[in-house]
Design a protein around this ligand. Structure first.
Ligand SMILES: [Zn+2]
Length: 300
């Protein structure tokens, strides 16, 4: 079986993102890092540790559209001619990245305003959205994948498993022969993955319930036979069932905590979040991870 190498590329706020090099035929990278000079230089450096250059890459798999996982896809393709393979939903983001990022910004800022967030706080979220655009890049997908498809990558056959929730495009690439999976941010060892609030795709459509979708998909992953999950950030997960149980318990406890203020009449998301934050002072174990803070901030 060919080797799997963990390349850690720099990423503001979170520290780093994992890019996985699969040393078989075709030479494959799972995820890319954000579009930045620092990340691209680090990719060159990390690849050279194993005797490769970007131009050697033949295939790029993208676990989900977030900038830290797809930002360098277009640049890598340009430098190497590598093919990009991604789930249909990720491929759509790749084609329309800027429009979608703009729509996401508008949606989030309107949501904040609708919930009584002061104008100044809404304005102060601008750099975050600008960062998304600066650090991502549109890309074209050469092989569009669907749930259940298989793809040959790095000397192994990977099965495509669609597991949205953290984002609308989360995809696992599962190696059934070795019970291993590349899971992106669907499951992380040291951070609780956030479920993002997103606009509906069609006007008048029912709103997405991202967290419920995420938890349902986490339960599906829990029953899979896996011995190693190669994650988007931090270390490899070796006992995914224990970790998923921990995550489910965390969300159940948090749900109960949030339920009390939400039940009060005429409540805004901002005051609900403020109440929740006050509760976390007493219950530090329920404090959101930095990943979740961003989402709470966007909900505020
Ligand atoms: Zn990530």
């Amino acid at each position: 079986m060919s080797e799997i190498r963990q390349l850690e590329l720099p990423l503001p706020w979170l520290g780093s993102v994992n890019v996985w090099l699969l040393e078989g035929d075709p030479l494959t990278l799972v995820d890319t890092g954000a579009r930045s000079d620092a990340a691209e230089e680090a990719l060159d450096r990390e690849l050279s540790r194993y005797g490769y250059e970007v131009s050697d890459l033949e295939l790029v798999l993208v676990t989900h559209h977030h900038l830290d996982h797809s930002g360098l896809a277009a640049a890598i393709k340009k430098r190497s001619g590598a093919r990009i393979a991604a789930h249909r939903e990720t491929a759509r983001w790749g084609l329309e990245y800027e429009e979608r990022a703009r729509a996401e910004r508008l949606f989030t800022q309107r949501l904040m305003a609708a919930h009584g967030v002061p104008e100044k706080v809404v304005e102060d979220s601008a750099p975050f959205f600008e960062y998304i655009v600066e650090s991502s890049s549109p890309f074209t997908t050469d092989r569009v994948l669907s749930d259940g498809d298989t793809i040959h990558a790095g000397g192994r056959t990977l099965r495509v498993v669609f597991r949205p929730g953290h984002s609308t495009t989360d995809t696992l690439f599962v190696d059934d022969d070795s019970c291993a999976a590349f899971v992106g941010d669907h499951l992380l060892a040291t951070i609780t993955s956030a479920a993002e609030i997103m606009p509906t795709e069609l006007p008048g459509d029912e709103r997405r319930r991202a967290l419920l979708e995420y938890l349902a998909n986490l339960r599906k992953t829990e029953v899979m036979q896996l011995v190693r999950c190669y994650t988007g950030h931090g270390p490899v997960v070796e006992d995914h069932r224990a970790l998923i149980e921990e995550r489910l318990a965390f969300h159940a406890e948090r749900r109960d905590l949030i339920a009390a203020p939400v039940r009060r009449p005429l409540i805004f998301a901002r005051s609900t979040c403020s109440d929740f934050h006050r509760c976390t002072v007493k219950m530090p174990q329920l404090r959101p991870s930095h990943n979740q803070k961003g989402i709470l901030l966007r909900a505020l």
